[in-house]
Design a protein around this ligand. Structure first.
Ligand SMILES: *Cc1c(COP(=O)(O)O)cnc(C)c1O
Length: 433
């Protein structure tokens, strides 16, 4: 659809947003939402206006309505969950991405988007030191990256068993068994469900107190199962930051002809720094890796990477082709080979810009600094009466609980009270029914 529009340079919605963005980034903003759900509904609510309103006004209204309900995860004092903080250069590139409004599905829709993405993917492989011949899809996040890696896995283990998924589909296919830790990130179970795996097809492997899957148990379970196998391991456990033993896993994968996928949503970036790289030893032997750009790398949201060693398996799992989606002999990257979407945001611009703004040293320093901070905090807090440390601090995570030495309920209450971010916030609790 053609739509005549101009973007004002001095006034207009973009100027309103840009002026606000500068102040938002530079001032210390709230960590907790101050409004509850009712207040926010009232602020955003009302009937859809019959007549369109001026853009500047709408953006000012948006800011007013949203601000009390924002969470300060781009602020330095924020420690909850695993989230990035939207690197400013990435944000600027993200704005341009929307302004340019490119459709990054195929090369001919946007040669610039395709090329930025191609280069950004090469840089990602380079900094993560994964096989340079692997293919990369830039996704909405690690959940979809996992979905893609596991889709490639499913097709390839079936193909090796003599079953063509594209021709014959899943029905009547050889039974695939998936091996995964009993403490895996839930997104992996979701991805498996999208791909047609139910709990009877998934063998849960016992894990230790840091969330690392037990190699002995896994070896025992794999020895009992015939047919195609997929293994899923973790680099950077969501709570403890722990890493599985990738050499042992890769050995088992080789022995059983299994596909090894690594959920490395943030942990893969440990590879970018010499100080933490050894945690990932052997990870390069896997078949596929899923990781996020919008967590540790600080790219604005909607950024993940599906990395697959076997380009053909990746492409067979994702390819979208049609005669109207023409590809020329001199075209560059075609993103639809590596992603489930056809029309898609030109996610490569923000990746390219953030990587360039941080540089190899910036990424490695950031990873090292974050891990050093966690170690220092653990060191300082260790032995403090009333504070208990629950994980081996190997990465940037620290799991603490607080009590006055009385244990039990007191621990839970004190820990709750010490949380920097709780939802609902104390004020909401008073207001809610
Ligand atoms: C966050 C996370 C995911 C899911 O990633 P999204 O970007 O939220 O889709 C998967 N695995 C681990 C270990 C994570 O931390």
């Amino acid at each position: 659809m053609k739509h005549a529009h101009t973007f004002p340079t001095v006034t207009g919605p973009l100027a309103t947003a840009a002026a606000y963005a500068d102040t938002y980034r530079s001032r210390k903003t709230q960590l907790h939402p101050t409004a509850n759900c009712d207040t926010l509904r009232a602020a955003f609510g009302g009937d859809l206006p019959a007549k369109g309103q001026p853009g500047e006004q709408v953006i000012a209204d948006l800011i007013r309505a949203a601000e009390p309900g924002l969470v300060g995860n781009t602020q330095p004092g924020f420690f909850a969950w695993v989230m990035g903080s939207s690197h400013t250069t990435g944000v600027a590139a993200d704005w341009l991405t929307s302004i340019w409004g490119q459709n990054a599905g195929i090369y001919q829709c946007s040669p610039a988007a395709a090329t930025a993405e191609e280069v950004a993917c090469d840089w990602v492989l380079d900094i993560l030191d994964l096989p340079r011949s692997a293919s990369v899809g830039i996704t909405t996040g690690a959940t979809m990256a996992g979905f893609i890696g596991l889709a490639a896995a499913r097709g390839e283990v079936l193909r090796r068993a003599g079953h063509d998924l594209a021709e014959d589909g899943l029905q009547g296919a050889p039974h695939i068994t998936v091996f995964i830790s009993d403490d895996t990130h839930v997104s992996n179970l979701a991805a498996l469900r999208y791909l047609g795996f139910g709990s009877r097809n998934i063998k849960r492997v016992p894990s230790d107190d840091q969330g690392r899957l037990s190699i002995t148990d896994l070896a025992g379970q794999m020895a009992q199962v015939r047919g195609p196998k997929i293994m899923i391991a973790t680099a950077g456990h969501i709570n403890s930051g722990a890493f599985d033993d990738f050499h042992a896993l890769a050995d088992l994968a080789t022995q059983h002809g299994a596909w090894l996928h690594i959920d490395a949503a943030f942990g893969l970036w440990a590879r970018a720094s010499v100080s933490t790289r050894t945690l990932t030893n052997g990870i390069e032997r896997a078949d596929s890796w899923s990781t996020d750009g919008h967590k540790w790398l600080q790219i604005p949201f909607d950024s993940g990477f599906a990395i697959v060693r076997n380009k053909d398996a990746h492409r067979r799992a994702m390819d979208i082709s049609a005669s109207y989606l023409s590809e020329g002999p001199n075209d560059g990257r075609t993103a639809t080979h590596y992603n489930p979407e056809l029309s898609r945001r030109a996610r490569g611009f923000a990746v390219w810009a953030t990587l360039k703004a941080l540089g190899r040293h910036g990424i490695s320093d950031m990873v090292r600094n974050h891990c050093d901070c966690a170690s220092l905090l653990a060191y300082k807090l260790k032995g403090t009466p009333g504070i208990r440390l629950h994980n081996n601090v190997v990465l940037n995570q620290l799991v603490l609980s607080f009590d006055r030495g009385r244990g039990g309920d007191d621990t839970d209450r004190m820990t709750q009270a010490c949380l920097l971010y709780t939802s609902p916030s104390p004020r909401d609790k008073r207001q809610s029914r």
